[in-house]
Design a protein around this ligand. Structure first.
Ligand code: PLP
Length: 360
């Protein structure tokens, strides 16, 4: 068996311990004589998996009582429609455009009401987070929307925007559980789990209870109504059962690592290995304004497309895979999520140093 160092932006690396446990339980989960994949989602055994996953997540994130946790499907992209459908009472929402994911959410929201782009970093290819301390928030905005960690461009909001009292909705797909967050600052935080938590197919949405109601846009499909999923404990229909089971294992793994404070310290140490190298390298350069750098996604370039391609090829051969930047950006990107061990980053940097010596 040869495991590689997988720097994919998503689906992405998972903790080896979790994969091994899942493998050991594949044919017979907890004496049930079957795999979790084969199990009724209405069984006692599965209910326990779901309940424990929610309890562990609540504990990790200190989720207050007045927030619901929903396990959904359809990817983060489906929420681009579900959010306006459920929240647009005045049919007005403000969007902060810090990359493609925020832009897609904004374009989708336009179908359901007035969506305003109140800030953007498009002028410099989304390489920074705009100043959001005093934005022209619409008086009747139902919410202000952000993408908190920009997977493609490698930027992260270090400070949440001043929403002037409006509800904050945040896509945390690529920074979910990477560090502690104050849930009370959000109306909704949500993400696809395939970046930092589990297998593709699960979306976790944490929502303040007062935002859940029957008062949704009339066109809203039943499956996109938050109230349906909240009233049914995420079991209105068959949930992505196996994916949730893996997420639950990752929550337990995170608790064993010491929780989100410990993950933050580890992620900072890991990211600084790479950023410190980029700052002293004569060949490789980071592409993001320093104060806005993400701990999870690190884009970098050599300045020559040809050399970038040579590097990606050599790195792949050496067992550092999925380092190619997003197809719209080019260059390289190392995604160093929770489950990427620091040794992976140290070895990548050693490889980059060697490459630099060879090519300068
Ligand atoms: C990957 C990603 C998405 C899209 O997720 P899907 O589950 O593929 O729809 C949305 N937002 C962010 C920040 C992402 O990283």
């Amino acid at each position: 068996m040869a495991r590689v160092y997988n720097f994919s932006a998503g689906p992405a690396v998972l903790p080896e311990e979790v994969l091994l446990e899942a493998a050991a339980e594949m044919l017979d989960y907890a004496g049930s004589g079957m795999s979790v994949m084969e199990m009724s989602h209405r069984s006692k055994t599965y209910q326990k998996i779901l309940d424990e996953a929610e309890t562990d997540l609540r504990e990790l994130m200190h989720i207050p009582e007045n927030y619901k946790v929903l396990f959904l499907q359809g990817g983060a992209s489906q929420q681009f429609a579900a959010i306006p459908m459920n929240l647009m009472k005045n049919k007005v929402a403000d969007y902060i455009i810090t990359g493609q994911w925020a832009k897609k959410a904004y374009e989708e929201a336009k179908k359901y009401g007035t969506a305003n782009a109140i800030a953007s970093s498009a002028d410099k290819t989304f390489s920074y987070i705009p100043d959001c301390s005093d934005l022209p928030v619409s008086e009747n905005a139902d919410y202000v929307y952000i993408c908190e960690n920009n997977t493609i461009y490698g930027t992260k909001f270090k400070q949440l925007p001043n929403t002037k009292g409006k509800v904050l909705v945040s896509d945390v797909s690529s920074c979910f559980l990477s560090e502690p967050v104050d849930v009370t600052k959000y109306g909704i935080l949500y993400g696809g789990v395939q970046k930092n938590i589990g297998p593709a197919g699960v979306v976790i949405l944490i929502i303040r209870e007062d935002l859940i109601s029957d008062d949704v846009l009339p066109c809203t499909p039943t499956m996109l109504k938050y109230k349906i999923h909240a009233d049914n404990g995420s079991l209105y229909n068959t949930p992505p059962a196996y994916g949730i089971y893996i997420c639950g294992k990752v929550f337990k793994w995170l608790k064993k690592q010491g929780g989100l404070e410990a993950m933050k310290a580890y992620n900072e140490e890991k990211a600084s290995v790479l950023y410190d190298f980029l700052d002293r390298s004569k060949l490789f350069k980071g592409t993001v304004r320093k104060e806005d750098r993400s701990l999870m996604n690190v884009p970098f370039v050599t300045g020559s497309e040809e050399l970038d391609a040579t590097f990606i090829k050599a790195a792949t051969e050496a067992g550092f895979v999925n380092l190619k930047g997003h197809r719209t950006v080019g260059g390289m990107r190392a995604s160093i999520y929770n489950a990427m061990p620091i040794e992976g980053v140290q070895k990548l940097v050693a490889f980059m140093e060697e490459f630099e010596n060879l090519h300068s």
